[in-house]
Design a protein around this ligand. Structure first.
Ligand code: HEM
Length: 134
C-alpha cells in the first residue's frame, strides 16, 4: 500500500490555521543561510506567499505519488533550474527543508518527532526532484 502522506496535508492545514505560517517560514529561511536573502531581493511577498502555499501542498501530493501535482512540480522545478526564473543552487535545499520543519514545529499544535521525520522524508523527495532538474 503506497504512502500518500495525507497526514502531512492535515498537519499543513493545522499550521495554516494556526497563524501566519508562511511568513514565519520565510523569516526562519532568510536567517538560515547568508545567500538566501539576496535571492528574494525583488520578490513581491504577497504573491510569493500564495505561490509557496500552493507549492507545499503540491509537494506533499507529489511525494505521495499523486500524478495530479506532476505539472505544478515540473513548473516549480523549471523555475528553480540553472536557467530558470529563480535559479536555486541545490546546496541551499537542506536549509529550505530544515527551515520548513522549524516553522511546522512552532505552528502545528500536534507536532511530534515522528511527524517531523515524515515531513523531512516528503520534502527531501521534493527538493531532490528540483535538484535533479537543476
Ligand atoms: C533553497 C530553496 C529555495 C529557494 C532559495 C527558493 C527561491 C525562490 C525565489 C527567489 C523565487 C522567485 C520569487 C520572485 O518572484 O521574486 C521562488 C519562486 C517560487 N518558489 Fe521557490 N525557492 C526554494 C525552494 C522552493 C520549494 C522547495 C518550493 C515548493 C515546494 C518552492 C516554490 C516556489 C514557487 C511556487 C514559486 C513561484 C514560481 C513562479 O512564479 O514561477 N520553492 N523561489
Amino acid at each position: 500500500m503506497s504512502d500518500n502522506f495525507d497526514d502531512l496535508q492535515t498537519s499543513y492545514g493545522r499550521c495554516l490555521r494556526h497563524g501566519p505560517f508562511i511568513a514565519r517560514f520565510y523569516e526562519i529561511f532568510m536567517a538560515s543561510h547568508p545567500d538566501v536573502p539576496a535571492l528574494f531581493a525583488n520578490t513581491d511577498f504577497s504573491k510569493q506567499h500564495m505561490a509557496l502555499r500552493r507549492g507545499i501542498s503540491a509537494a506533499i501530493a507529489h511525494a505521495g505519488g499523486s500524478t495530479l501535482a506532476r505539472r505544478t512540480m515540473a513548473e516549480m522545478a523549471k523555475a528553480h533550474a540553472r536557467d530558470g526564473r529563480a535559479p536555486v543552487p541545490p546546496l541551499l535545499y537542506p536549509y529550505w527543508v530544515e527551515s520548513l520543519l522549524k516553522a511546522i514545529a512552532e505552528y502545528d499544535p500536534e507536532h511530534s518527532p515522528a511527524l517531523a521525520e515524515r515531513w523531512r522524508t516528503a520534502m527531501n523527495r521534493t527538493v531532490g526532484f528540483f535538484a535533479g532538474q537543476y
